[in-house]
Design a protein. Structure first.
Length: 60
C-alpha cells in the first residue's frame, strides 16, 4: 500500500474527529440538543465508514 493512500485514509478517519471537537465546542456553548443528536448519528456513521474503508484498502 502506497503512502499517499495511507495518508488519505488516516485523514478520512481523523477528519470527522477534528470536526466533532469543533462541533462539540459550539454545542456546549450554545446548547443545541436536537442538532447534536442528529450530528452524533452522522458522525458515528462516517467514522464507521472510514474505519471499514481503512481496513479494506490497507490490505493492498
Amino acid at each position: 500500500m502506497n503512502n499517499k493512500k495511507k495518508l488519505l485514509l488516516l485523514l478520512l478517519i481523523f477528519y470527522p474527529v477534528i470536526i466533532d471537537k469543533i462541533f462539540m465546542t459550539v454545542v456546549i456553548n450554545n446548547l443545541i440538543e436536537p442538532a447534536y443528536s442528529i450530528y452524533s448519528v452522522c458522525f458515528e456513521l462516517s467514522f464507521l465508514v472510514a474505519v471499514v474503508l481503512y481496513f479494506k484498502y490497507s490490505k493492498d
